[in-house]
Structures are given as C-alpha cells and as structure tokens.
Design a protein around this ligand. Structure first.
Ligand code: NIG
Ligand code: FE
Length: 380
C-alpha cells in the first residue's frame, strides 16, 4: 500500500542533500520513503493525504526511555516540588512494584506508553530494563521490551537493589549478563554517586562488550563524575543526561563520535539546572534530545515538551531542537534508517497541525500532532 502526502508547506527531511522543501510531497511505499519532491509533480499512489499547508517532519526518535515498570511515584514528585531532592534510591520503590507485576501487566503498561508517544509524533523507541534488578526480572523485562520497542538496552546496573555492592556487580557481570545479553543490543550503567562508581562502571561495560553489547551510559546527571570520560573511552554510542560537565568532558565528547543525549524533562521534574546544550553544540558535539520517560525522575513521554524546554532554557534554536529529537536520536542509536526522510528511509512521518517546525517550540503544551505513520502504516 502506497501513500502520497501532498501540499506540504514545509517538509523537514534532515537529508543533507535535500534539506527543507516548500510546497512539497512525499510518497511512502513498502514501509519506506519512495519519492520526495515538488507537490505539483507528485506521482499517484493508492492513498492520498492532503497536508493542506501544514509541516511534515520525520517521526521523533526517542533514544532514552525506561518503560518496563509498574506503578508510579506521583507522591515522590509532589514532595520534590515542595523541596525534597531527587535521589536514585526511589528506583527501589519501582523495583518492588515491577517484581510484583505480571508479564501481561508490564507489557500492557509499556504498550500504553508507546501509544502515548506515537500520539505525540514518536515512531522509534529505545527501552531499558532496570526495574527488575535480579536475573529473572531483568531478563523478563528485556523480553517484554523486545516485543514492543525498536531498541532494547540492558540496565541491570541501575542501582544496587539491596546488600553488598560488590556482590551485585558480580551478579550483573555474571549470571544476569548471561541471561540478558541475548535479549538486548545495548548495555547501560547509571554511573553516578549513589549508583555505580567509575571502577564498577568500567567492569560492567567491559563484561557487556565481551558479550557483544554496545555501551551507552547515564553520566553527569546529579553531579560531575567519571561517566562521560568512560563513555568516550568505551566508544559509547551516547552519554546521556550530561547535566554536569567539566571542560575536559566537553572536549572529550567533541573529539569523539559519542552523542550527548540531553533529557530536559528530568531537570524539569527534579528542579535541577538544565544542561547547557549551546556549549556542547558550539564545541562541535552531536546533541540528541530524548524523553527519559520513567516513573521517577521524569514521567513525560512528550518530545514536543522536551523540544520546547530545550529551546526556552538550554540555548538550542528551534531547528536544532527538532533535529536533535529526530536525526540526533537516530545517531544516538546508530541508526541510519530513521530520523530523516530521504528516499529509502523508514516511512516514519508526522504531520503537524502547524505550518512550520518552529511551532513545536513556539506553541508549548499544544497538541500539534495531526497524523503519524510508522513504517508506512498510519498510527494516528
Ligand atoms: O534516567 N537516573 C537513572 N535512571 C532514571 C531514573 C529512574 C527512576 O528514578 O526511577 C533516569 O533519570
Ligand atoms: Fe534514564
């Protein structure tokens, strides 16, 4: 089934050869972008969608989310808004709820969140484990994630659930990794004071790489630390959060292929300072924006919200922020098939209820998603 989308006022392709087109059309065929060009020249297709002077963008690529969990932590959020600090220990509350939930309940919650994301333009989703924290519950979290998400990440090293940290690192790098590696592409560690230190992170990443997993890291969320340096040293696809960075961290990122994935919803929901996207971009670092959707530090699934905050408070231009939530996310996941609308790309497309991409930041909080296709199939 092919679809032609016509009368596009602004077509953001993120394709360096094509750029932004005016009065454009797009043909989706066989789950891929088959043609891009002038609306007046558009070839026929099985179905026609009239964009009627609105903007069309690639679907958002949400490269960082924690979606296999049960319950919520609304009371913890409420206490934070009254001055309590965010602490990684809250993760254990969600671990208890997740262990007690059935596979069916966890999968239903995950599908609900992915559908919520699609209604806001997201068509590629990365999903981490990290609320099981024992062999059985981490492996089942990854199996469930693999049924729904595009990219699956093993985050057994989210926090030490109880007892001795060294014994837990041995579990993560031994039997847990053995059970989990077949179900994931990526390995992640929460490298932070109160979670895992530099030596533990190095040990866990080394074990994961030996099992064929590719590193990505939670780094510099609550304070400066060794995480960003380790991400670069291990050739990680992405260092995520990057809220607290030293000059050496910025230089290391700039001289690497590691993407800095910024998660503005976290700072919004924890009352932390926002990361300085401008400093990173000006230094030549590739920046992605992602939701970090999780029940603790940030329970938003909305990349339009993240774009608006990144523009308002992190020094990004509206176009940089849209690029970071599409092409940037694709780079953070080392994907060349999503995040752009060149011919041959996956047919992941969103129509905005607005004439240009600028409106995503210009009209915060307004539901602008008019239509969405994923792999050429209409979702919204
Ligand atoms: O990315 N920081 C570590 N993990 C999540 C928070 C998880 C939670 O609080 O439940 C994050 O912010
Ligand atoms: Fe996270």
């Amino acid at each position: 089934m092919s679809t032609v989308i016509t009368n596009i006022a602004e077509l953001v392709t993120n394709d360096p050869g094509i750029g932004v087109l005016r009065d454009a059309a797009l043909v989706l065929d066989g789950g891929k972008v088959a043609w891009v060009g002038d609306s007046a020249q558009a070839p026929p297709a099985d179905e026609r969608f009239d964009a009627a002077g609105r903007a069309v963008l690639p679907g958002f690529v949400d490269s960082h989310a924690h979606l296999v969990f049960a319950g919520d932590r609304a009371e913890e959020f409420s206490a934070r808004m009254s001055g309590e600090p965010y602490a990684a220990g809250g993760i254990r509350t969600t671990v208890a709820a997740t262990r007690a939930a059935s596979d069916e309940a966890l999968e239903a919650n995950l599908r609900r969140l992915v559908a919520e994301m699609a209604r806001q333009g997201t068509t590629t989703v990365e999903c981490k484990s990290g609320y099981g924290l024992d062999v059985e519950n981490e492996a089942r979290s990854l199996r469930i994630a693999g049924r729904v998400a595009d990219e699956v990440t093993f985050l057994g090293a989210h926090v030490v659930p109880s007892g001795d940290a060294d014994a837990y690192v041995s579990l993560v790098t031994g039997p847990m990794l053995e059970a989990c590696a077949p179900h994931a592409r990526w390995i992640d560690v929460f490298c932070e004071r109160g979670a895992f230190d530099g030596d533990q992170t190095r040990e866990i990443l080394t074990a994961g790489v030996a099992k064929g997993l590719v590193p990505r890291l939670h780094a510099g969320q609550l304070g400066p630390g060794p995480g960003v340096g380790l991400a670069v040293e291990f050739g990680a696809a992405s260092a995520d959060h990057c809220t607290f960075l030293t000059g050496a961290d910025v230089d290391a990122l700039a001289g690497s292929s590691t993407v800095a994935t910024l998660l503005p919803g976290v700072e919004f929901s924890t009352r932390q300072p926002y990361p300085d996207a401008r400093r990173l971009i000006d230094a030549g670092v590739t920046v992605a924006l992602a939701s970090d959707c999780n029940p603790g530090s940030c329970y938003t699934s909305s990349l339009p919200f993240c774009i608006a905050v990144a523009v308002r408070d992190m020094g990004m231009t509206p176009r940089e922020a849209v690029w970071a939530a599409t092409a940037g996310g694709a780079k953070a996941l080392r994907r060349t098939d999503v995040g752009h609308l060149g011919v041959g790309a996956r047919a992941d497309v969103q129509v905005l209820d607005a004439p240009s991409q600028l409106h995503l930041a210009y009209r915060p909080g307004v539901p602008l998603t008019a239509a969405v296709w994923a792999r050429g199939v209409r979702q919204v």
